[in-house]
Design a protein around this ligand. Structure first.
Ligand SMILES: [Zn+2]
Length: 234
């Protein structure tokens, strides 16, 4: 776990030999967890690391699924057991995928079967099922340009950054001049814990993916540095 800024933490886990890094924003008025990892990641590392920071998961205000991938939504059910008062939210266009393993398969991981004859089977499907967790309903959806107040002088803005998924959301944090982009920011691909590249950049819509990040330019910002999934501006 790392502290990025005052009240901004990077919770650190692992999925399939790759780092799984989730942003936890904690202000005086509200708190926001970005993504829930796989089915048992809340008890495996999210909640323990929140508690290390003296954070009480039962006081969590928001859980935001940045997009509809297994390692970002699989822990929704378990996280809601720890944080029953937190509102579980995602991008409007991803909602139908986020709520169960069945819809995740139908609309995301089995999407290329008919047209390209590419699909998961056997042990790979078993792994996906085991890590997807029980169904959990989404309680709020966003389309971008919404604002969430975390403190008296700290407000973040949700941005629509489609491409990796149609409803992908990023969180822009003007107080710290940072964009928490999850899988909307890929660079050359996904490096593993061993430093070797594990996956190429992945996107559902090429045109949207290419357009996704010029939003920084729209805000008159220039990149000063990039961590996986996180851009900071000067
Ligand atoms: Zn993803």
């Amino acid at each position: 776990m790392q502290q990025l800024f005052n009240g901004v933490f990077l919770l650190e886990g692992e999925v399939g030999g790759r780092p799984l890094q989730l942003i936890y924003l904690r202000g005086d008025l509200a708190s926001l967890l970005m993504d829930t990892g796989c089915a048992h990641d809340p008890s495996r590392f999210i909640v323990p690391q929140m508690r290390e920071l003296d954070g009480d998961p039962s006081h969590l205000t928001w859980i935001l699924n940045t997009h509809s991938d297994l390692d970002h939504i699989g822990g929704n059910h378990e996280m809601k057991q720890f944080a029953p008062r937190a509102v579980l939210a995602c991008g409007e266009a991803d909602r139908h995928i986020c709520e169960s393993f069945e819809t995740l398969m139908r609309y995301r991981y089995d999407l290329y079967r008919a047209e390209h004859q590419i699909f998961y089977e056997g042990e790979a499907v078993d792994w996906l099922r085991a890590n997807a967790g029980p169904p959990q309903c989404i309680e709020a959806t966003f389309r971008g340009n919404e604002h969430i107040r975390l403190g008296a002088d700290w407000e973040v803005e949700l941005l629509s950054v489609p491409g990796h998924s149609k409803g992908h959301l990023a969180v822009y944090d003007p107080l710290h001049k940072a964009l928490y982009g999850a899988d909307a920011i890929h660079g050359r691909g996904y490096p593993g814990l061993d430093g070797r590249m594990k996956l190429c950049p992945t996107y559902e819509d090429v045109d949207d993916d290419v357009r996704g990040l010029p939003l920084a330019g729209e805000k008159g910002l220039r990149y000063s540095g990039v961590l996986p999934g996180i851009a900071q501006f000067c």
